[in-house]
Design a binder for this molecule. Sequence first.
Ligand code: FAD
Length: 380
Amino acid sequence: MDFRPTESQEMIAQTVRDFADKHIRPFIMEWDEAQKFPIDLFKKMGELGIMGVLVPEEYGGAGLSYFEYVTAISELAKVCGSIGLSMAAHNSLCTGHILAFGNEEQKQKYLPKLATAEFIGAWGLTEANTGSDAMRMRCVAKEDGDYWVINGSKNWITHGISGDVAVVLARTGELLDSKGITAFVIERGTPGFKAGKKENKLGMRASETAEMIFEDCRVHKSQVLGKVGDGFKQAMKVLDGGRISIAALSIGIAKGAYEASVKYSQEREQFGQPISNFQAISFKLADMATQIEAAELLTLQAADLKNRGEAMTKQSAFAKYYASEVAVRCATESVQIFGGYGYTKDFPVEKYYRDSKLCTIGEGTSEIQKLVIARNILNE
Ligand SMILES: Cc1cc2nc3c(=O)[nH]c(=O)nc-3n(C[C@H](O)[C@H](O)[C@H](O)COP(=O)(O)OP(=O)(O)OC[C@H]3O[C@@H](n4cnc5c(N)ncnc54)[C@H](O)[C@@H]3O)c2cc1C
């Protein structure tokens, strides 16, 4: 495998960097403090083509590969983790689910709107009592003629309020039956579907996270994605791809923290010299650089398998697990390198520190990644 970025990756990296410098960097603390989800920004990102990176051109997307996708998320996350997270959830969860499992009619109906960000996408698996243990979900869908009637709620959903369309997993069979869960695509405004509480978060504050509530919500049978009972299997496949995007998000955050640390350590003087002269500091930078490089290689490996359409559950778990832990380590060390200044909101590293923690939790915690890896190793 050639590890050098392709021309297309370099082009997308430059485009996203220029966009982020102009439209994101000046506003990140304002959005973070107000917990504002900047929806207009996502419309602009739609015009830029990065809200449908993986969507084929025939459905109005950019038709690019996971390499370009990973590059775009990392470049966004280097500037603001929240924007990277929302972009990732929109692309690989909601859009990715419809792209992989929707029928032609559903793809024609939703993908062009998602690819241009005319529609913002949400994806609801998690509930208040079932996160890692998603199979125990309580949100139910009961058949009623040509409709399914959905009752229950989904929690921690990215774009739970602003999402125009949501892919929702609900129980259509027995508890703990892996064939007892079905995926539905539901539009905002469908009677019985409303948004609930918005979470007040530690980090990723400009990415909206909220509850979605379903009360006798009638959804036509044409809104089922794939086969009834296939929802859990589909969700696990979608998460395999989604985990590559959280690895990319993690790499962006880690690189942002690292680059700020390199610069600051060469400018900040103590004991009459730049702090980068102290081995205690330069070794931190060496560790950060090495770990970021390793995280990138794991992520490229998973992206390569995904591009080829090969099995990559273990490799995407490797990438997600390792890269997310690296993001937390790099962000933590960057605050240490900045000393007292790192503990203030005048410098960027406290935000990397807060944002990074989501990466070890969302789309399967580090513990769950280890479980996935261990199961794969032991069943090989
Ligand atoms: C900002 C944000 C955005 C999110 N966006 C979405 C979204 O768009 N859609 C969506 O569906 N969900 C979303 N989530 C939910 C996220 O995927 C869950 O939070 C995550 O899967 C963990 O579930 P939980 O929070 O219920 O933790 P729990 O499952 O309760 O886990 C608590 C702790 O127990 C550990 N644990 C649990 N089971 C095991 C086990 N078998 N072995 C070892 N340790 C275990 C976990 O690792 C963790 O440390 C989001 C969450 C956040 C914070």
